[in-house]
Write a protein of this length. Structure first.
Length: 391
C-alpha cells in the first residue's frame, strides 16, 4: 500500500520535489490520479514519445501517496496520438495495492471512452481470464490532463490472484504481426515477437515447443484437452467473438502456461480499444464480422491466429464453442445485462469526458459514442444468433 495520508503542510519524502494536490474540486464520480513530475520531463515524454525512457514522479490516489514512481509513454500506434498513454511503475516497497505497474490508456480513438472497460468486463463475465479496468480522472502538476482508463498489468501478482502462481506469461507484441502462435522454429526466434512478463531470464523453449506441437499434431481434440485450459480458452474465443475483437489475432494478447499446477496453456486479452463496433476502416458501427474471423480462411486485416485455426478445425471443439457462445448470448451478452452497466459508466465519465473533449479538441461526442456501443450490443447479438443457426 502507499504511505499514510499527509496533510498539505507536511513535506513529502521525494528527493527531487515535494507536492500535494487537493482533490475536492475534481470530478466526484471518478478516482483521481494526481501526478507530479518535472515540467522538463513531461515535455521530454511528449517530444520523444517513441522512447521508453522512464522519469521520476509522485502519484496520489485516494489520499495515498506513492513516492518515487517511474512513468513513461506506452503503446504502439497510440504513441503517435496527441493525447498519450502512460505506464506507471511502482517500487517494491510501495506498491499500488498489490500491483507493480499500472497502465493509463488515453482512449484517444474511442468516442465512448468505455470500450476497453466494457470489453474486459465481458471477457471476465464470460469466464475468461481478464484484467481490472476503470475510468480515472488524471491531473499532472495540478492541471487536468484527461479522462483515462486505468488497466492492471498481468504480472506475477496478477497470476497469484488468479490461482496460477508460477505461470510463465508471454506478451504477443510482434511489430510484424507474427506473434500468432505459429511455429517460428528455434526458441530464439520467438524472442523477436514475444516478450516475457515472468521468468524473464529463462529461455523461450516452452513456447517454441507448444507452437511446434500445435502445428504438427494430427489429433487436435486430444491436443487441446491435454495441453490447453480448454474451458478458459473456449470462453476466451467466445468473448472475442462477442466483443468483435479483431485486433488480437497476431498481437495484443498474452499467452501463458500454468507450469507449476495444471501444466496447461491459456490466453489473456490485451489492448481492447478496437472492439465493440470499432472497425479498421475508421467507423464504429460494424456489427457483422464473422464468428470465425481470425482463422486461415477468414483472416482479419492483420492476419490470423494459428491456435484458433487449429481449434476450429475440429468438429467436437467447434461444438463446444457453439454451445458456450449460445449460453453467453442468453446470459452475459444481452441488452438487459449490459445496458445498465453501460449507463452506469456513462454517468461516471460524463463530466470528465466533456472536460477531455474541451482540452483535446477531439471530434468525438462521448454521449453519442456510448449510444453507439449500446446499438452495437443490440445488433451484434441479433447477428450472432442468426449466425449460430447456420453454424
Amino acid at each position: 500500500m502507499g504511505n499514510a495520508y499527509r496533510s498539505p503542510s507536511e513535506k513529502l519524502p521525494v528527493p527531487f520535489h515535494g507536492f500535494f494536490v487537493e482533490e475536492r474540486d475534481s470530478a466526484k464520480t471518478l478516482p483521481v490520479y494526481s501526478l507530479r513530475l518535472l515540467g522538463s520531463d513531461l515535455a521530454a515524454m511528449q517530444a520523444n514519445s517513441w522512447n521508453n525512457q522512464t522519469f521520476p514522479a509522485t502519484l496520489v490516489v485516494k489520499q495515498e501517496v506513492y513516492d518515487s514512481v517511474r512513468i513513461r509513454v506506452r503503446g504502439a500506434f497510440a504513441r503517435s496520438w496527441p493525447k498519450k498513454s502512460f505506464k506507471i511503475l511502482f517500487e517494491k516497497g510501495n506498491l499500488f495495492g498489490n500491483r507493480s505497474r499500472i497502465n493509463l490508456n488515453s482512449g484517444w480513438r474511442d468516442p465512448a471512452f468505455i470500450r476497453e472497460i466494457l470489453s474486459y468486463r465481458i471477457y471476465r463475465d464470460s469466464g475468461a481470464f481478464s484484467l481490472n479496468a476503470e475510468p480515472v480522472f488524471v491531473r499532472v502538476n495540478g492541471q487536468f490532463l484527461g479522462l483515462f482508463t486505468a488497466i492492471e498489468q498481468p504480472d506475477k501478482r496478477y497470476l497469484d490472484s488468479q490461482g496460477i502462481s508460477g505461470a510463465v506469461l508471454y506478451k504477443a507484441d510482434s511489430g510484424n504481426n507474427v506473434s500468432d502462435e505459429r511455429n517460428l522454429g528455434d526458441a530464439n526466434s520467438f524472442r523477436q515477437h514475444y516478450e516475457k512478463e515472468t521468468d524473464e531470464e529463462e529461455p523461450y523453449d516452452d513456447l517454441a515447443e507448444f507452437c511446434r506441437d500445435l502445428e504438427q499434431t494430427r489429433k487436435v481434440k486430444e491436443f487441446f484437452e491435454a495441453r490447453v485450459d480448454l474451458p478458459r480458452y473456449v470462453n476466451f474465443l467466445c468473448a472475442t467473438t462477442l466483443c468483435q475483437n479483431w485486433d488480437g489475432y497476431n498481437k495484443n494478447h498474452f499467452i501463458g502456461v500454468d507450469r507449476e499446477n495444471s501444466g496447461k496453456w491459456f490466453a489473456i486479452p490485451w489492448d481492447l480499444d478496437r472492439t465493440l463496433g470499432d472497425h479498421w476502416n475508421g467507423h464504429f458501427d460494424e456489427t457483422r464480422l464473422p464468428l470465425l474471423l481470425g482463422i486461415r480462411d477468414l483472416p482479419g486485416v492483420t492476419g490470423w491466429n494459428r491456435m484458433a485455426d487449429r481449434f476450429f478445425s475440429d468438429p467436437h471443439l467447434r461444438k463446444l464453442y457453439k454451445e458456450r457462445l449460445n449460453e453467453l448470448l442468453e446470459s452475459v451478452f444481452t441488452e438487459a445485462n449490459l445496458y445498465p452497466i453501460v449507463e452506469s459508466l456513462r454517468q461516471k465519465i460524463s463530466a470528465a469526458a466533456d472536460m477531455d473533449h474541451e482540452k483535446w479538441r477531439s471530434a468525438w461526442n462521448a454521449s453519442r459514442g456510448v449510444d453507439e456501443v449500446k446499438l452495437f450490443i443490440r445488433d451484434r447479438r441479433v447477428f450472432l444468433l442468426g449466425e449460430l443457426e447456420r453454424f
